[in-house]
Design a binder for this molecule. Structure first.
Ligand SMILES: C[S@@+](CC[C@H](N)C(=O)[O-])C[C@H]1O[C@@H](n2cnc3c(N)ncnc32)[C@H](O)[C@@H]1O
Length: 260
């Protein structure tokens, strides 16, 4: 909980400026930081978060990392779900503390980290990918931000083998052919469970939403989020000229557990 004293092994955000941040685990004794040199944070253990240090002539604050700080420390390989879309996917899929959530594919593990953060210490994320190299990459990212105890990874083609359970509160799909996964998802969801998909193209959305309706999911719909940054200046506050024009479309539906 924010405000508690630092303990050995805690993840800390070293905040120099918005452009200079670093995620580190608190350890006793000097630790080497790749490309940066050596740092000893022993004195912080037992102290309250928010304290300052000087390292190599620069000042840093030691803060508890938030979800967006964790995302900033991840590495990417496959196309990842952007934070704005990941946040909305949580709402659409109704993911919260204590939930059991299925996910495919793991990819770089970005969405996995968001899900693991949302389900809390009592929840569980089951993350599947049909490629071992992606699973390993995603697992390393989840470990990097200390959320590994909440996630189980498995190598599986969910279009062929489904999710191997019937008790998921929500399923999130970021795969090229979500429609092929829906029959298995239907078996895996509890009544009232929700499925949410992330797809870059209209063709995928159309095929997915049609399949959701045909398979008896309720309230199938799609949406897109456009994020515009506002440049705040003296008397000249306006939207930034450039914006990311397209990331992906979000589709969602509810499973009621069979015919009424
Ligand atoms: C775009 S990436 C997912 C990125 C991930 N959401 C993230 O935020 O880092 C898509 C992944 O889905 C996996 N995949 C595609 N079809 C699959 C299937 N039928 N079953 C399991 N994984 C699948 C691919 O191997 C790939 O790693």
């Amino acid at each position: 909980v924010t405000g508690d004293a630092w303990a050995e092994g805690d993840l800390a955000l070293l905040w120099g400026s918005a452009r200079e941040t670093l995620l580190l685990r608190l350890a006793r004794g000097p630790q080497s930081v790749e490309g940066r040199g050596v740092l000893d944070l022993s004195l912080q253990i037992g102290a309250a978060p928010g304290g300052g240090i000087t390292w190599a002539g620069r000042k840093f604050r030691l803060l508890r990392p938030s979800l967006s700080d964790l995302l900033g420390a991840l590495e990417r390989r496959a196309q990842v779900v952007s934070p704005k879309d990941a946040a909305q996917l949580l709402l659409l899929a109704g993911v919260g503390p204590g939930n059991r959530v299925g996910e495919a594919g793991s990819g770089s593990g970005w969405l996995t980290v968001v899900l693991a953060h949302a389900v809390g210490s009592t929840g569980r994320v089951y993350s599947f990918d049909r490629r071992r190299d992606f699973l390993d990459f995603a697992r390393r990212n989840v470990e990097r931000v200390g959320l590994a105890p909440r996630v189980e990874f498995a190598e599986r083609d969910v279009a062929v083998d489904g999710f191997g359970t019937n008790s998921l509160d929500a399923i999130l799909l970021d795969v090229p052919e979500p429609w092929a996964v829906l029959p298995g998802a239907r078996e895996a969801l509890v009544p009232g469970g929700r499925i949410a998909t992330y797809s870059p193209t209209y063709n995928q959305v159309e095929r997915t939403v049609h399949a959701l309706r045909e398979l008896g999911f309720e309230d199938a719909r799609s949406e897109e989020l456009l994020l515009r940054t506002i440049e705040v200046g003296e008397g000249g506050t306006r939207p930034a000229f450039e914006m990311l024009g397209h990331t992906g479309f979000l589709s969602v539906a509810r499973w009621m557990g069979g015919p009424w």
